[in-house]
Design a protein around this ligand. Sequence first.
Ligand SMILES: NC(=O)c1ccc[n+]([C@@H]2O[C@H](COP(=O)([O-])OP(=O)(O)OC[C@H]3O[C@@H](n4cnc5c(N)ncnc54)[C@H](O)[C@@H]3O)[C@@H](O)[C@H]2O)c1
Length: 357
Amino acid sequence: MAMTLGIIGAGAIGNVHADTATRAGIPIAGCWDVNPSKGEAFGKKHGGARVCGSIKELLSMKEVDAVVVAVPNVDHATVACEALEAGKTVFLEKPMALNVAECDTIIKTLERTKGRLQMGFVSRGTPASRNVKHFIDAGTFGRIYHIKCSLYRRRGVPGLGGWFTTKAMSGGGPLIDLGVHVIDLSLFLAGSPAPERVSGATYANFGRRMEDYVHTNMWAGPPKFDGTCDVEDHATALIRCAGGLTIEANVTWAMNVDEKHMPNGITVFGDKGGCFFPIFGKQFTIATEAGGKVADLTPEFASGNVEHDAWDEQYRMFKALAEHGTPAHADAAAGRRVQSILDAVYRSSAEGREVTV
Ligand SMILES: NC(=O)c1ccc[n+]([C@@H]2O[C@H](COP(=O)([O-])OP(=O)(O)OC[C@H]3O[C@@H](n4cnc5c(N)ncnc54)[C@H](O)[C@@H]3O)[C@@H](O)[C@H]2O)c1
């Protein structure tokens, strides 16, 4: 039967989900947001969606087969578990939860209810990511021994002073916000090896002394200087995986470096080929060898609206998961794997040494 969707958390990304579902022809039957004005605005924008007065009301709607969990990170585990208990297929936004212990609670509930869950790792779905994965799987890169992944923002602290910068609600700064995307993508490209050891460091310069810095290009609203910022704004890590792969991850919400000098994306080092690609880019070049000479391979791939392509790919797989139980675009194990690395980076940074994942 064709699936019908409910949205939990009608904020910025809840609306992106609704727009994507609409493009995919998936009806949105209802929404629930703790902030009534967000729920009302969502109901108006996505006409036909019932604005529910509680999560129970939404989850008891028989016509809702699947729900999106797009609430602040602190509520991911409880809301996802409640939805699984109600028998809904769950699209859980990243990060999976605040920490691995919470991921394990979700996974236990998923197993006990024989439920279905997809993680919101949209970066896997971009045309560039899918093409690089295709060439990796076809052997063009040979053995991948190192991946460097980076997302740098010069001034891009989301909602400074709000939930993103409050550790109790977000679990951390750019590592848990942006790092999840690039670390998941790196592991996915390399065939999901188990992370074993991590050496990481985090820094907090731009948020704690909020008013000492200029804050522009804000995602999630203007700074609230009377709010909280107790998370990092820069993280770096070396992750050692089973089989020898290393991943170097670098993420910032703020820095005093011109972004144009920083490669934002993924660099793959293989013994037969390698490349750098911006995740939402429209082209990349594989550096390889042919006929005893160095050679470049620049694949052609469709590139209309890259953001839409990536979101549509997530929904193509989510719909199939809900309707037919086919594999998720990214599964709970992937969510937990990334979270185990985040936990280890924070621990390594606090202890000042390499730690076991
Ligand atoms: N995939 C991506 O690229 C991407 C991008 C941005 C955010 N996200 C993730 O999506 C989630 C939401 O982020 P956002 O930017 O939309 O935040 P947001 O603050 O814009 O929206 C969150 C909404 O959830 C509501 N809410 C809070 N607690 C709730 C609860 N328990 N039940 C129901 N509603 C609740 C809030 O009122 C708000 O309207 C976060 O986990 C974030 O990490 C993912």
